[in-house]
Design a protein around this ligand. Structure first.
Ligand code: ATP
Length: 262
């Protein structure tokens, strides 16, 4: 079994080389990812699309180091990596500010500095006045902004840009809130030169946000096609250009799903 997470190579923020992942053993073995090779450049925004169960979340968890590949290599080139999920996963008994401050606890940052830095990240997501609230006092979109602030805080570092892994972060939000958060994420991505790997089921969302859209096959997940998105930013999810490319990608996705019968 070859399992390596290297920290040294030039020019990429994330690199997967022929990564496979099998869950279970023997007759219960399930091949979730099959020889996936993929790169995210520094400052690049890559969206990952695929049918349900094709291994998108598995891929993110391997890059985050939450699990190990069965074979292949993953490199994050020394970048700090943070992850954000569909569920904001905030601690309900802590204030919004304290939830963000948690990102600094492991680093031994003194309390006053933790508080000041948490406030900065809340400003960044336009929640400057909300540090003293509890999560239940916020809307779903605001809670996701807190989760974004915490992920950004986790990935913050003085050396170079960070990698942000996002697993359907806006999947549970209404379309209007999602649109607003797309604008905010795009602004923050630019300002902080983040490298983003963003998983979604929503083809238009992928085209709205991505520099590149990577399509995975149905299980086992393999990269079947990559679509560069050469549309000027900022884009609108409801624009004709986004719709046209999204339709092309959807057709390819449907072909892939039909080939696998699910
Ligand atoms: N810890 C695990 N143990 C066993 N099987 C798993 C585990 N995690 C995921 N799987 C299986 O691996 C396959 C890929 O799952 P994964 O959640 O990565 O897919 P996905 O593309 O993110 O799905 P969705 O789009 O529905 O969220 C699925 O068949 C799933 O049942």
């Amino acid at each position: 079994m070859t399992t390596t997470t290297t920290q040294l190579d030039g020019g990429t923020a994330v690199r997967l080389e022929t990564v496979s992942k099998t869950y279970g053993h023997g007759r219960n073995a399930l091949l979730a990812l099959d020889q996936v090779s993929l790169e995210v450049g520094p400052g690049e925004f890559v969206c990952l699309l695929g049918a349900s169960g094709c291994g998108k979340s598995t891929l993110l968890s391997l890059v985050a180091g939450l699990d190990r590949p069965s074979t292949g290599q993953i490199s994050t080139n020394g970048h700090k990596v943070a992850m954000m999920f569909q569920d904001p996963a905030l601690f309900p008994w802590l204030t919004v500010g304290a939830n963000v401050e948690l990102a600094f606890r492991a680093g031994g940052v003194p309390k006053a500095e933790r508080r000041a830095r948490a406030a900065e990240f809340l400003e960044l997501v336009h929640l400057g006045g909300f540090g003293g609230k509890r999560p239940h006092e916020l809307s779903g979109g605001m809670r996701q902004r807190v989760a974004l602030a915490r992920a950004l805080a986790q990935s913050s570092s003085s050396e170079g840009s960070a990698v942000l892994l996002m697993d359907e972060p806006f999947g549970a939000l209404d379309a209007m809130t999602r649109d607003l958060l797309h604008d905010e994420l795009e602004r923050i991505w630019r300002e902080r030169s983040l490298s983003v790997l963003f998983v979604t089921h929503n083809v238009r969302e992928a085209v709205r946000l991505g520099d590149r859209v990577v399509l995975l096959s149905s299980r086992p997940g393999r990269v079947v096609e990559e679509f560069p998105v050469e549309l000027a930013r900022p884009r609108r999810t409801d624009s004709a250009e986004v719709a046209t490319l999204a339709a092309r990608i959807t057709d390819r996705l449907k072909e892939e799903v039909a080939r696998h019968g699910r």
